[in-house]
Design a protein around this ligand. Sequence first.
Ligand code: SF4
Length: 321
Amino acid sequence: MSEKSQRLADLLAKIPVPAQALPSGEGRSLIEVAFLCVLGRRLSESAAEKTLAAFAGVYSDWNELRVSQVQEFQHLVQTKNPELAVFVARDTREFLQEIYQKIHGFNLDVLRGNIAEAARFAAQLPFLGTSIGHYLLHLACPDELPISPPVVRTLDRLGLAKRTTSIKKAQAGVEGFVPAAMRADFAIRMGLVVEKWCDGKRPLCWECPLVLSCPFGKKTEREWKQSQKRREVQRVREEERQRKDAEKERKRAASDEKRRLIAKAKDDARRVRDAERAKTKLSAKGAAKKRPSESGTRKKAAPKKVVHNKATQDAARAKKK
Ligand code: SF4
Protein backbone atom coordinates (compact mmCIF):
# COMPACT_ATOMS: atom_id res chain seq x y z
CA MET A 1 0.00 0.00 0.00
CA SER A 2 1.39 3.42 -0.99
CA GLU A 3 1.87 6.22 1.51
CA LYS A 4 -1.12 8.13 0.10
CA SER A 5 -3.29 4.98 0.20
CA GLN A 6 -2.35 4.48 3.82
CA ARG A 7 -3.08 8.13 4.64
CA LEU A 8 -6.45 7.88 2.92
CA ALA A 9 -7.26 4.62 4.75
CA ASP A 10 -6.36 6.32 8.07
CA LEU A 11 -8.58 9.28 7.20
CA LEU A 12 -11.52 7.07 6.19
CA ALA A 13 -11.19 5.19 9.47
CA LYS A 14 -11.76 8.46 11.34
CA ILE A 15 -15.07 9.11 9.59
CA PRO A 16 -17.99 7.45 11.38
CA VAL A 17 -20.00 4.99 9.31
CA PRO A 18 -23.61 6.00 8.64
CA ALA A 19 -25.98 4.80 11.39
CA GLN A 20 -28.05 2.71 8.98
CA ALA A 21 -26.62 -0.15 6.95
CA LEU A 22 -27.10 0.66 3.29
CA PRO A 23 -29.06 -1.87 1.21
CA SER A 24 -27.20 -3.95 -1.33
CA GLY A 25 -27.61 -3.09 -4.99
CA GLU A 26 -27.85 -6.75 -6.00
CA GLY A 27 -30.98 -7.39 -8.06
CA ARG A 28 -32.39 -3.94 -7.36
CA SER A 29 -32.83 -0.85 -9.47
CA LEU A 30 -31.08 2.31 -8.24
CA ILE A 31 -34.40 3.97 -7.34
CA GLU A 32 -35.26 0.93 -5.19
CA VAL A 33 -31.91 1.16 -3.41
CA ALA A 34 -32.42 4.90 -2.81
CA PHE A 35 -36.02 4.28 -1.68
CA LEU A 36 -34.88 1.61 0.81
CA CYS A 37 -32.23 3.99 2.16
CA VAL A 38 -34.94 6.59 2.86
CA LEU A 39 -37.44 4.11 4.34
CA GLY A 40 -34.65 2.55 6.43
CA ARG A 41 -34.14 5.84 8.27
CA ARG A 42 -37.24 5.17 10.37
CA LEU A 43 -38.14 1.53 9.70
CA SER A 44 -36.35 -1.76 10.21
CA GLU A 45 -34.80 -3.37 7.14
CA SER A 46 -37.66 -5.88 6.70
CA ALA A 47 -40.39 -3.25 7.35
CA ALA A 48 -38.71 -0.97 4.76
CA GLU A 49 -38.73 -3.75 2.17
CA LYS A 50 -42.37 -4.66 2.89
CA THR A 51 -43.39 -1.00 2.69
CA LEU A 52 -41.65 -0.60 -0.66
CA ALA A 53 -43.42 -3.73 -1.95
CA ALA A 54 -46.78 -2.38 -0.66
CA PHE A 55 -46.19 0.97 -2.44
CA ALA A 56 -45.23 -0.83 -5.66
CA GLY A 57 -48.34 -3.04 -5.38
CA VAL A 58 -50.71 -0.06 -5.26
CA TYR A 59 -48.86 2.51 -7.39
CA SER A 60 -47.72 1.37 -10.78
CA ASP A 61 -45.94 4.69 -11.30
CA TRP A 62 -43.81 6.47 -8.67
CA ASN A 63 -45.08 9.78 -10.00
CA GLU A 64 -48.60 8.81 -8.84
CA LEU A 65 -47.20 8.24 -5.36
CA ARG A 66 -45.30 11.56 -5.52
CA VAL A 67 -48.49 13.55 -6.17
CA SER A 68 -50.65 11.60 -3.67
CA GLN A 69 -51.62 13.00 -0.30
CA VAL A 70 -49.91 11.50 2.75
CA GLN A 71 -53.25 10.27 4.15
CA GLU A 72 -53.92 8.37 0.90
CA PHE A 73 -50.99 6.01 1.34
CA GLN A 74 -49.79 6.20 4.96
CA HIS A 75 -51.70 2.94 5.71
CA LEU A 76 -49.27 1.14 3.38
CA VAL A 77 -46.34 1.88 5.68
CA GLN A 78 -45.56 -1.30 7.59
CA THR A 79 -45.81 -0.11 11.16
CA LYS A 80 -48.43 -0.18 13.91
CA ASN A 81 -47.46 3.32 14.99
CA PRO A 82 -49.72 5.82 13.12
CA GLU A 83 -47.42 8.79 13.86
CA LEU A 84 -44.43 6.93 12.46
CA ALA A 85 -46.48 6.02 9.37
CA VAL A 86 -47.13 9.73 8.76
CA PHE A 87 -43.42 10.59 9.08
CA VAL A 88 -42.44 7.79 6.68
CA ALA A 89 -45.13 8.86 4.20
CA ARG A 90 -43.84 12.46 4.32
CA ASP A 91 -40.26 11.23 3.78
CA THR A 92 -41.51 9.25 0.79
CA ARG A 93 -43.06 12.28 -0.85
CA GLU A 94 -40.03 14.47 -0.16
CA PHE A 95 -37.67 11.84 -1.53
CA LEU A 96 -39.69 11.34 -4.74
CA GLN A 97 -39.98 15.10 -5.19
CA GLU A 98 -36.20 15.52 -4.94
CA ILE A 99 -35.53 12.74 -7.44
CA TYR A 100 -38.13 14.16 -9.82
CA GLN A 101 -36.59 17.61 -9.66
CA LYS A 102 -33.11 16.20 -10.30
CA ILE A 103 -33.77 13.94 -13.29
CA HIS A 104 -37.41 14.71 -14.26
CA GLY A 105 -38.31 11.07 -13.78
CA PHE A 106 -37.61 8.11 -11.53
CA ASN A 107 -35.39 5.88 -13.62
CA LEU A 108 -32.04 6.35 -11.92
CA ASP A 109 -30.62 3.48 -13.94
CA VAL A 110 -30.03 5.96 -16.79
CA LEU A 111 -27.03 7.03 -14.71
CA ARG A 112 -25.40 3.62 -14.98
CA GLY A 113 -22.08 3.84 -16.80
CA ASN A 114 -22.27 7.65 -17.07
CA ILE A 115 -19.83 8.90 -14.45
CA ALA A 116 -20.24 12.61 -15.31
CA GLU A 117 -24.05 12.51 -14.98
CA ALA A 118 -23.94 10.23 -11.95
CA ALA A 119 -21.42 12.57 -10.27
CA ARG A 120 -23.62 15.58 -11.01
CA PHE A 121 -26.59 13.73 -9.53
CA ALA A 122 -24.68 12.69 -6.39
CA ALA A 123 -23.21 16.14 -5.74
CA GLN A 124 -26.37 17.86 -4.49
CA LEU A 125 -29.03 15.87 -2.72
CA PRO A 126 -30.19 17.79 0.35
CA PHE A 127 -32.84 15.26 1.35
CA LEU A 128 -31.33 11.97 0.25
CA GLY A 129 -27.88 13.06 1.42
CA THR A 130 -24.53 13.19 -0.35
CA SER A 131 -23.36 9.99 1.33
CA ILE A 132 -26.21 7.92 -0.16
CA GLY A 133 -25.78 9.89 -3.38
CA HIS A 134 -22.17 8.73 -3.64
CA TYR A 135 -23.17 5.17 -2.78
CA LEU A 136 -25.59 5.31 -5.73
CA LEU A 137 -22.78 6.82 -7.81
CA HIS A 138 -20.62 3.83 -6.91
CA LEU A 139 -23.44 1.39 -7.79
CA ALA A 140 -24.07 3.26 -11.07
CA CYS A 141 -20.38 3.13 -12.08
CA PRO A 142 -18.83 0.26 -10.09
CA ASP A 143 -15.73 0.09 -12.27
CA GLU A 144 -14.83 3.73 -11.79
CA LEU A 145 -13.62 5.80 -8.89
CA PRO A 146 -16.80 7.28 -7.31
CA ILE A 147 -15.82 10.91 -7.29
CA SER A 148 -17.78 14.12 -7.74
CA PRO A 149 -16.84 17.84 -7.68
CA PRO A 150 -17.56 18.23 -3.92
CA VAL A 151 -15.39 15.19 -3.11
CA VAL A 152 -12.61 16.60 -5.30
CA ARG A 153 -12.85 19.85 -3.34
CA THR A 154 -12.58 17.95 -0.04
CA LEU A 155 -9.59 15.92 -1.28
CA ASP A 156 -7.96 19.17 -2.38
CA ARG A 157 -8.52 20.66 1.07
CA LEU A 158 -7.06 17.53 2.61
CA GLY A 159 -4.01 17.89 0.38
CA LEU A 160 -4.71 14.60 -1.43
CA ALA A 161 -5.65 15.93 -4.88
CA LYS A 162 -5.51 18.98 -7.09
CA ARG A 163 -8.78 20.74 -7.63
CA THR A 164 -10.21 20.39 -11.14
CA THR A 165 -13.62 20.65 -12.76
CA SER A 166 -12.96 17.60 -14.93
CA ILE A 167 -14.10 14.34 -13.30
CA LYS A 168 -11.81 12.36 -15.59
CA LYS A 169 -8.76 14.41 -14.55
CA ALA A 170 -9.73 14.15 -10.90
CA GLN A 171 -10.12 10.37 -11.22
CA ALA A 172 -6.73 10.10 -12.86
CA GLY A 173 -5.12 12.02 -10.00
CA VAL A 174 -6.82 10.06 -7.21
CA GLU A 175 -7.56 6.51 -8.34
CA GLY A 176 -3.92 5.48 -7.91
CA PHE A 177 -4.30 5.54 -4.15
CA VAL A 178 -7.89 4.25 -3.89
CA PRO A 179 -7.81 0.48 -4.36
CA ALA A 180 -10.93 -1.10 -5.90
CA ALA A 181 -11.83 -2.76 -2.58
CA MET A 182 -11.87 0.64 -0.89
CA ARG A 183 -14.16 2.38 -3.41
CA ALA A 184 -17.55 1.72 -1.77
CA ASP A 185 -16.23 2.81 1.62
CA PHE A 186 -14.53 5.81 -0.01
CA ALA A 187 -17.80 6.85 -1.70
CA ILE A 188 -19.95 6.51 1.43
CA ARG A 189 -17.56 8.12 3.92
CA MET A 190 -16.26 10.93 1.70
CA GLY A 191 -19.88 11.63 0.77
CA LEU A 192 -20.63 11.87 4.49
CA VAL A 193 -17.77 14.36 5.04
CA VAL A 194 -19.17 16.55 2.25
CA GLU A 195 -22.70 16.18 3.58
CA LYS A 196 -22.00 16.97 7.21
CA TRP A 197 -18.96 19.21 7.39
CA CYS A 198 -17.13 20.05 4.17
CA ASP A 199 -19.50 22.61 2.68
CA GLY A 200 -18.17 24.59 -0.27
CA LYS A 201 -18.71 28.00 1.34
CA ARG A 202 -19.01 27.34 5.05
CA PRO A 203 -17.12 24.22 6.07
CA LEU A 204 -17.56 23.21 9.71
CA CYS A 205 -13.93 22.20 10.10
CA TRP A 206 -13.95 22.59 13.90
CA GLU A 207 -16.53 19.76 14.04
CA CYS A 208 -15.00 17.60 11.32
CA PRO A 209 -13.26 14.37 12.43
CA LEU A 210 -10.53 15.00 9.83
CA VAL A 211 -9.50 18.44 11.05
CA LEU A 212 -6.20 17.36 12.63
CA SER A 213 -5.08 15.84 9.32
CA CYS A 214 -6.41 18.60 7.08
CA PRO A 215 -4.25 21.68 6.30
CA PHE A 216 -7.24 23.72 5.13
CA GLY A 217 -9.27 22.55 8.11
CA LYS A 218 -6.54 23.48 10.62
CA LYS A 219 -6.34 27.01 9.21
CA THR A 220 -10.14 27.36 9.16
CA GLU A 221 -10.39 26.02 12.71
CA ARG A 222 -7.70 28.47 13.90
CA GLU A 223 -9.54 31.40 12.32
CA TRP A 224 -12.83 30.16 13.74
CA LYS A 225 -11.35 29.92 17.25
CA GLN A 226 -9.97 33.48 16.94
CA SER A 227 -13.34 34.75 15.77
CA GLN A 228 -14.99 32.87 18.66
CA LYS A 229 -12.58 34.58 21.08
CA ARG A 230 -13.39 37.98 19.55
CA ARG A 231 -17.08 37.23 19.79
CA GLU A 232 -16.64 36.13 23.40
CA VAL A 233 -14.83 39.40 24.23
CA GLN A 234 -17.59 41.34 22.47
CA ARG A 235 -20.23 39.32 24.30
CA VAL A 236 -18.61 40.02 27.68
CA ARG A 237 -18.33 43.73 26.81
CA GLU A 238 -21.91 43.83 25.68
CA GLU A 239 -23.06 42.08 28.85
CA GLU A 240 -21.03 44.57 30.94
CA ARG A 241 -22.54 47.50 29.02
CA GLN A 242 -26.04 46.10 29.50
CA ARG A 243 -25.33 45.52 33.21
CA LYS A 244 -24.13 49.14 33.60
CA ASP A 245 -27.13 50.45 31.68
CA ALA A 246 -29.44 48.39 33.88
CA GLU A 247 -27.66 49.70 37.02
CA LYS A 248 -27.99 53.30 35.76
CA GLU A 249 -31.64 52.74 34.99
CA ARG A 250 -32.20 51.18 38.42
CA LYS A 251 -30.52 54.15 40.16
CA ARG A 252 -32.46 56.65 38.06
CA ALA A 253 -35.73 54.86 38.87
CA ALA A 254 -34.79 54.80 42.59
CA SER A 255 -34.01 58.56 42.67
CA ASP A 256 -37.22 59.27 40.68
CA GLU A 257 -39.14 57.26 43.27
CA LYS A 258 -37.40 59.10 46.10
CA ARG A 259 -38.25 62.47 44.54
CA ARG A 260 -41.81 61.33 44.03
CA LEU A 261 -42.14 60.25 47.65
CA ILE A 262 -40.69 63.57 48.91
CA ALA A 263 -43.07 65.53 46.67
CA LYS A 264 -45.97 63.39 47.88
CA ALA A 265 -45.00 63.93 51.51
CA LYS A 266 -44.81 67.71 50.91
CA ASP A 267 -48.12 67.62 49.13
CA ASP A 268 -49.71 65.63 51.96
CA ALA A 269 -48.30 68.06 54.54
CA ARG A 270 -49.64 71.04 52.56
CA ARG A 271 -53.06 69.43 52.36
CA VAL A 272 -53.05 68.82 56.11
CA ARG A 273 -52.06 72.48 56.72
CA ASP A 274 -54.72 73.71 54.31
CA ALA A 275 -57.32 71.49 55.98
CA GLU A 276 -56.32 72.82 59.41
CA ARG A 277 -56.43 76.41 58.17
CA ALA A 278 -59.86 75.85 56.65
CA LYS A 279 -61.05 74.28 59.90
CA THR A 280 -59.73 77.23 61.91
CA LYS A 281 -61.42 79.72 59.56
CA LEU A 282 -64.65 77.76 59.78
CA SER A 283 -64.66 77.77 63.57
CA ALA A 284 -63.78 81.51 63.57
CA LYS A 285 -66.76 82.20 61.28
CA GLY A 286 -68.94 80.09 63.54
CA ALA A 287 -67.91 82.19 66.53
CA ALA A 288 -68.55 85.42 64.62
CA LYS A 289 -72.08 84.28 63.72
CA LYS A 290 -72.82 83.37 67.34
CA ARG A 291 -72.11 86.92 68.69
CA PRO A 292 -74.87 88.75 66.67
CA SER A 293 -77.54 86.34 67.99
CA GLU A 294 -76.56 87.15 71.58
CA SER A 295 -77.09 91.01 70.95
CA GLY A 296 -80.45 90.14 69.31
CA THR A 297 -81.73 89.01 72.76
CA ARG A 298 -80.83 92.37 74.13
CA LYS A 299 -82.57 94.13 71.19
CA LYS A 300 -85.65 92.03 71.80
CA ALA A 301 -85.75 93.33 75.37
CA ALA A 302 -85.56 96.92 74.14
CA PRO A 303 -89.19 97.17 73.03
CA LYS A 304 -90.13 96.10 76.52
CA LYS A 305 -88.10 99.03 77.75
CA VAL A 306 -89.81 101.28 75.22
CA VAL A 307 -93.20 99.89 76.23
CA HIS A 308 -92.25 100.40 79.87
CA ASN A 309 -91.06 103.94 79.17
CA LYS A 310 -94.14 104.66 77.14
CA ALA A 311 -96.35 103.31 79.90
CA THR A 312 -94.41 105.39 82.40
CA GLN A 313 -94.72 108.50 80.24
CA ASP A 314 -98.46 107.82 79.72
CA ALA A 315 -98.88 107.47 83.46
CA ALA A 316 -96.99 110.72 84.06
CA ARG A 317 -99.06 112.55 81.50
CA ALA A 318 -102.27 111.22 83.05
CA LYS A 319 -101.04 112.46 86.48
CA LYS A 320 -100.39 115.97 85.12
CA LYS A 321 -103.84 116.08 83.70
S1 SF4 B 1 -11.39 19.70 8.16
FE1 SF4 B 1 -12.64 21.11 7.01
S2 SF4 B 1 -11.75 21.23 5.00
FE2 SF4 B 1 -10.90 19.42 6.00
S3 SF4 B 1 -12.20 17.80 5.34
FE3 SF4 B 1 -12.99 18.48 7.26
S4 SF4 B 1 -14.52 20.02 6.74
FE4 SF4 B 1 -13.30 19.65 4.92
